[in-house]
Design a protein around this ligand. Sequence first.
Ligand code: FAD
Length: 501
Amino acid sequence: MADKKEKTFRFVIVGGGIAGVTCVEQLSSQVPSADVALITAGPHIKAVTNYKQVSKTLEEFDVEERPSSVLEEKFPNLTVIHSAVKSLHTQSHSVETADGRVFGYEKLCICSGGRPKLLTQDNPYVLGIRDTDSAQEFQKRLSKAKRIVVVGNGGIALELVYEVEGCEVIWAVKDKAIGNTFFDAGAAQFLIPALEADKPESAATCKRTRYTTEEPAPGASQTFTADRNSRRRGSGPTEAGSALGPDWHEGIVLRGTEQVSRRVSLEYQCEVEKIFTSEELLNSPQQTLRLENVGSWPVYIQLTNGKTFGCDFVVSATGVVPNTEPFLNGNNFALADDGGLHVDDHMMTSEPDVYAAGDVCTACWEHSPLWQQMRLWTQARQMGWFAGRCMAAHVLSEPIELDFCFELFSHITKFFNYKVVLLGKFNGQGLGPDHELLLRCTKGQEYVKVVLSGGRMVGAVLIGETDLEETFENLILNQMDLTPYGEELLNPDIDIEDYFD
Ligand code: FAD
């Protein structure tokens, strides 16, 4: 294999998504003399634009698809190779691409993203949404559809059910509340009326990132009234092209054939038992169901709650699996439980000189008590950037420490046209029963949840224009004992920013 190498680069990055491109940019600016190659399967690369540091850890940006020439013009030492990597040979430090070429590397960073975890493979009536092509396919199919079933409770499902118009949507979630990856049942309850209402005009201009965590707090919905309420409760359980990202549905019309604006029916606490076609339904003698009960549809989905729905197609929005497959054969990568490439606090995998960043990897260092990995745009950018810095530091023999961005989990997004800010252990993740929640909610306006552990703030969910993110971020970072303030912390008549100045 070593003899066949067409060229050896100092750095090779695989994947033109946000992690790979950010890694390339970082390496090219830190070690401008080094030969860098970006090998990517898709025709375009993803670029971060309008980057804005909102606070110490919160960041916002747009993402654009661009021709790779833009990157090559900016970095003369960069070569972009458009082909998928089909195998990796860590011993000879080389990768082989689908078009039969072999490239050597001194240091390699794998940023190949993830692919949708589909309910079933090769079923023409089951669609996953990952990249531009699959989003277009979805749009095309939707334009002829009267009813679809969306399975999943993460960010993509949340976005889809809100955005789709002119088509009935049956939304099957395995949890007791919607958006479980992101919120508790209280926040879900706050958001549900937005699903029932017509979409505001401004919805079309919504900007930002979005996405998906945990058993809802039982009874959380009881706290909602039209007044501002501050309450303390005991803690309840409290190959693709690049992945799409913020606002992926903007510019594409998500409309079915019906006149209705939005019609979403929710099926809670259920999973998919079976998916079958009308022929299968007719030909199955055991099938107790008959077409007359469910109408005539191209495909049927049976849920574990015993209900069967006919629909035009099913959207499988049940998460992603890391895209590791081409890299594993013949090598000795340690894989995390979720299938991601195990990386340490220098973004290094278990194979020498091989780094990984973004959706393909799993952060296996000892996390800060306030951070967790979620496969999101922001983390793909941060990991790509940090991997680039580590690779550069290692070739320059410079020391490097884990970046500050991994201190505190933070994410800004939009759900159902509300601004949503998530900070730290926003859902009490990993805290066990030893935490308290403070809530404030004004129906249709804002939902504020603070997670306290030992009197210190460890997480928050802010929905609506609360303007609290910076103050709460500071309170979480400085771990001040907030016991003396008690429920006053969320008193709407106190200007909390002034209070802690
Ligand atoms: P990707 O963006 O998936 O890029 C992987 C790259 O690797 C691609 O260029 C691909 O072509 C290339 N590649 C793959 N295999 C190979 C190979 N063998 N050889 C060469 N190249 C290869 N996150 C948010 O924060 N907010 C959101 O609102 C949001 N919405 C989303 C909506 C959708 C529909 C989806 C699917 C995801 C969304 N996400 C969102 C998640 C976010 O898009 C991902 O976390 C992020 O894009 C991951 O970036 P990445 O660079 O690791 O991987």
